[in-house]
Design a protein around this ligand. Structure first.
Ligand code: PLP
Length: 456
């Protein structure tokens, strides 16, 4: 077979891809019919495809390239580490400098006493760790029956059997008979779609109190933990009402339930502070991290544990770990990513300069006849589309309006956005400039206009 390179004609690359490569969350039939978009290069916030088209990546890949593309320092950190020690494991009382340095750095950056990290290769793996960890924690404390984990509908916590069970996405549960035992889901705090006549504040309390009702139903002696994304990302950037998280915190504290904040998206500057917990005022016992930890340059995730939970786990022989837990190259890349985010004040500026400008511009889309709501927290946002914005009405599910806008009109206009149901979402690299924000919003408006004209 000839060498397969960027210089091959796109159609040939697409045919080989469709023949042999099975993609996540992609219909093979559509792939064979239309071919995949072949991305060849990226720099800053801009992607280039095999046809030479440039696109502004308003999704930072999959919510992960916080630092932006093309930072040579990360490539150099990887190369240095590969030459010195490309792999060694952290099992059986061994360690290496990159894992030591990254765990120390994380202890410094994370809020309160989340000083202890168990590394994984991804967010899914880290959440699988969390399932085993919280159950083991309670068993070690003499309460082995405390096993139930409560999550939310429309949450996303990963794609492995355990993490997809934690997630609350029906189509994912349909594949493979999920959820696994002792995982239950309460409703999400999505006021726009489900709040009816309640004020956001009332609705936030009502949704949080479903947790208390569930704990009372199962018995606090059986409930190990509650898990939630501070802001649901893959569920459509659902920013909860202000009353929601304080009430969840109160309920977890009162009933002695561990609180797991899944910060796979909200971590590392995405909400304008280092962690979403700081933006939303949450004090979790466990925090899941991945994505922005390495800005997606290397696969790495982890579970951060508060001191008390870590102490219990350190005192027991937790039979758990991954070949790539604390992979030295991934740790070295993550460490360099964190150094740049901190030293170049990228996270600080994301909160103080980029997010306010993005909010000002994003909110201008509110006047569009297809837009029912613009939501934004830091650098993660969404547009809720509506045929009648004044009533918060939704398009009929089979219309797929947001999908049409993102798939057809955004890409054609050099903009990458994603859709979730009738919400269009953004999560650009933190390094996006004001001029690039202007371009993002102009292109989003144009895509909305084209769709509006088609719907008439
Ligand atoms: N948790 C959250 C909140 C996520 O958004 C994701 C991925 O999008 C995951 C976990 C799973 O992470 P990964 O895809 O790295 O397994």
């Amino acid at each position: 077979m000839n060498m397969i390179t960027n210089h091959m004609p796109t159609a040939e690359l697409q045919a080989l891809d469709a023949a042999h490569h099975m993609h996540p969350f992609t219909s093979g039939t559509e792939l064979a019919a239309k071919g995949a978009r072949v991305i060849t290069r990226a720099s800053g916030v801009t992607l280039t495809d095999s046809e030479g088209n440039e696109m502004l990546d308003a999704m930072a890949g999959l919510w992960c390239v916080n630092l932006g593309y093309g930072r040579d320092e990360l490539a150099e950190a990887a190369a240095r580490q590969m030459k010195e020690l490309p792999y060694y494991n952290t099992f059986f009382q061994t360690t290496h400098v990159p894992a030591i340095a990254l765990s120390s750095k994380l202890a410094e950056l994370t809020p309160h006493d989340l000083n202890n990290v168990f590394f994984a290769g991804s967010g899914s793996e880290a959440n699988d760790t969390n399932i085993r960890l919280v159950r083991t924690y309670w068993a070690e404390k003499g309460q082995p029956e405390k096993k139930i984990i409560i999550s939310r509908k429309n949450a996303y916590h990963g794609s492995s059997v355990g993490s997809a069970s934690l997630g609350g996405m029906q189509p994912m549960h349909a594949h493979g008979g999920l959820p696994i035992e002792d995982i239950h889901h309460i409703d999400e705090p999505n006021w726009y779609a489900q709040g009816g006549d309640m004020s956001p504040a009332e609705f936030g309390l009502e949704r949080a109190r479903q947790l208390e009702a569930a704990i009372e139903e199962y018995g606090a002696h059986r409930v190990a933990a509650f898990i939630g994304e501070p802001i649901q990302g893959a569920g459509g950037v659902i920013i909860p009402p202000e009353t929601y998280w304080p009430e969840i915190q109160r309920i977890c504290d009162k009933h002695n339930i561990l609180l797991i904040a899944d910060e796979v998206i909200t971590g590392f500057g995405r909400t304008g502070k280092w962690f979403g917990c700081e933006t939303l005022g949450i004090r979790p016992h466990i925090m899941t991290i991945a994505k922005g930890l390495s800005s997606g340059y290397a696969p790495i995730g982890g579970s951060l544990l508060c001191d008390e939970v870590a102490q219990v786990m350190n005192d027991c022989d937790f039979a758990h770990g991954y070949t790539y837990s604390g992979h030295p190259v991934a740790c070295a890349v993550a460490l360099e990513n964190l150094r740049i985010l901190q030293e170049e004040k990228i996270v600080d500026r994301a909160g103080s300069e980029v997010a306010p400008y993005l909010k000002e511009k994003w909110d201008t889309l509110n006047d569009h006849p297809l837009v029912g709501e613009t939501a934004l927290c830091g650098l993660m946002g969404s547009l809720a589309l509506s045929p009648d914005p004044s009533s918060r009405a939704m398009f009929a599910a089979d219309k797929g309006t947001a999908g049409l806008i993102c798939r057809e009109h955004c890409f054609a206009n050099g903009l990458v956005m994603r859709h979730v149901g009738d919400r269009m979402v953004i999560s650009p690299p933190l390094v996006i400039t004001h001029a690039e924000i202007d371009t993002l919003v102009e292109r989003a408006r144009k895509a909305l206009d084209l769709t509006h004209a088609e719907l008439k």
